[in-house]
Design a protein around this ligand. Structure first.
Ligand SMILES: C[S@@+](CC[C@H](N)C(=O)[O-])C[C@H]1O[C@@H](n2cnc3c(N)ncnc32)[C@H](O)[C@@H]1O
Length: 206
């Protein structure tokens, strides 16, 4: 089990290390889509938010803008090369960056008001445990946004593959997965130019 986790992490790091330097240049026009997705969270000034799998930090300026200087923005990623790009792009001015696995976060229970995860969930070998860990660090009624600037069908086409019904991002798969992890799916959009699933943290029994 521990060895399997180490292998999974190594595979993710290898995949994204190769892509880190070119990541932002490949998708230069996505900024407004990230800002629009962040806006859907309706974050208040002073709120605390985590960008889970922040990569080079494309969402971090919009998250900082939303919570203001009194708020807290964290960016967590497993791949050092992606975080180095984030620093090179000055994104460490918008957020505290940490190298961490989102399935094992060094954060206390209920710390955050919200989590934003762009392009993350498909890369988690165990999406259920990742979503449970994200639920652990979010307060009751806090929010989760799972975003991608391209919808499932358009992304599959880009990668030359077919869309499959067992895709973790498909609503019939995602909804029960979220529920088992402590989230309630409240909104789901899968269009060519946007994938956005919004969920709310179910109140926890005390
Ligand atoms: C598709 S990229 C998206 C990056 C960024 N969110 C964006 O939208 O540009 C996925 C990112 O998730 C990170 N990642 C994958 N699995 C992770 C995990 N278990 N914990 C933390 N980060 C992870 C990868 O290192 C990579 O930077």
């Amino acid at each position: 089990m521990v060895q399997r986790m180490a292998e999974d992490r190594a595979a993710v790091r290898e995949f994204f290390t190769e892509r880190a330097a070119r990541w932002e240049a490949r998708f230069p026009d996505d900024g407004p889509a990230y800002a629009a997705a962040v806006a859907e969270l309706g974050l208040s000034p002073g709120a605390s938010v985590l960008d889970a799998g922040c990569g080079t930090g494309r969402a971090l300026p919009a998250l900082r803008e939303a919570v203001g200087s009194e708020g807290t923005v964290l960016g967590a990623d497993l791949t050092p090369a992606m975080l180095e790009e984030a620093v090179g792009n000055g994104r460490d001015r918008d957020a505290a960056l940490l190298m961490a696995d989102v399935s094992q976060l060094p954060l206390r229970d209920g710390l955050l008001d919200a989590v934003f995860g762009a392009g993350l969930i498909s890369h988690l070998p165990g999406p259920g445990s990742g979503l449970r860990e994200l639920a652990r660090v979010v307060r009751s009624e806090g929010q989760l946004a799972l975003f991608h600037p391209v919808g499932r069908a358009a992304l599959a086409e880009r990668h030359g593959r077919q869309i499959t019904p067992d895709d973790v991002r498909a609503e019939p798969v995602l909804r029960p997965l979220l529920a088992a992890a402590g989230w309630r799916l409240v909104s789901y959009v899968d269009e060519d130019d946007r994938y956005l699933a919004l969920a709310v943290r179910e109140p926890q029994e005390s």
